[in-house]
Design a protein around this ligand. Structure first.
Ligand code: KIV
Length: 262
């Protein structure tokens, strides 16, 4: 899957699907699926490393996740998140962060917000790297937003998001993630620009959807926002398997003779 195929798919009015992924084994499974895009999100900080926000993850840890996913999902279009602050330094440091993710195997980078990012986006795009923007709920700004809550509800905030997406398009972004905004606003944003809009908690009038893989597989049952649909109760299935193994070990049913060397 490459950027031209993604753009073509939007042109043909076919929706795009994207899932987050952070490791090789899961990426191998995704590679066998129909999903077009993989996001190595900075959500790794929360779902893989147990932090309570995306802020602590750094570029080197992101690069390890990207390299693992790139090995497992060679047929997918891989987008990597630029982590918190990695793109708010000098142009040279910002570009080094991009270079690390692309050399680790990503095809594109994603960054949050607009203010102060336009020149950088132009520079990244002019350097041959596709950029995905991220508007609405931007988790790296959680301390300014005051929590993980819906954005773009008030008139001024709606206008701001529509203006911002145009700025992202003009700067050269090929796509934008719209997180936690009203369905109507996501539709207006999608109509306002030609770039690919990918929603999460933004309704279905967008060009595609992204979900965090742990959420859609039901691995972290304590986190269930309204916009997540569970396609598997993995927590239940995993626990059943763990306890069956535990029982077999304790009853000396595992390993049996076939599973042992004579
Ligand atoms: O890091 C991430 O997983 C994301 C998605 C929520 C879009 O940015």
């Amino acid at each position: 899957m490459n950027i031209n195929q993604l753009i073509q798919q939007k042109a043909e009015n076919k929706k795009l699907s994207m899932l987050t992924c952070y490791d090789y084994s899961t990426a191998k499974l995704i590679n066998q699926s129909n999903i077009e895009m993989v996001l190595v999100g900075d959500s790794a900080a929360m779902v893989m490393h147990g932090h309570n926000s995306t802020l602590p993850i750094n570029i080197d840890t992101m690069a390890i996740h990207v390299a693992s996913v790139a090995k497992g999902a060679p047929d997918k279009f891989i987008v990597a998140d630029l982590p918190f602050m990695s793109y708010r330094k000098s142009l040279s440091e910002n570009i080094t962060a991009v270079e690390i993710l692309i050399k680790a195997g990503a095809h594109a980078v994603k960054l949050e917000g607009v203010n102060g990012n336009i020149e950088l986006i132009q520079h990244i795009v002019n350097s041959g790297v596709p950029v995905m923007g991220h508007l609405g709920l931007t988790p790296q700004a959680v301390n300014v937003l005051g929590g993980y809550r819906i954005q773009g509800k008030k008139k001024q905030a709606k206008i701001q998001i529509i203006n911002d997406v145009k700025l992202l398009q003009d700067a050269g972004c090929f796509s934008v993630v719209l997180e936690c905004i009203p369905k109507d606003l996501a539709r207006q944003v999608t109509e306002a620009v030609d770039i690919i809009t990918i929603g999460i908690g933004a309704g279905n009038d967008v060009d595609g959807q992204v979900l965090v893989i742990q959420d859609m597989l039901g691995i972290c049952s304590d986190f269930k926002p309204k916009f997540v649909r569970r396609y598997l109760d993995a927590e239940k299935l995993f626990l059943q398997a763990f306890n069956a193994y535990d029982a077999d070990v304790k009853e000396q049913n595992f390993p049996n003779n076939q599973e042992s060397y004579s």
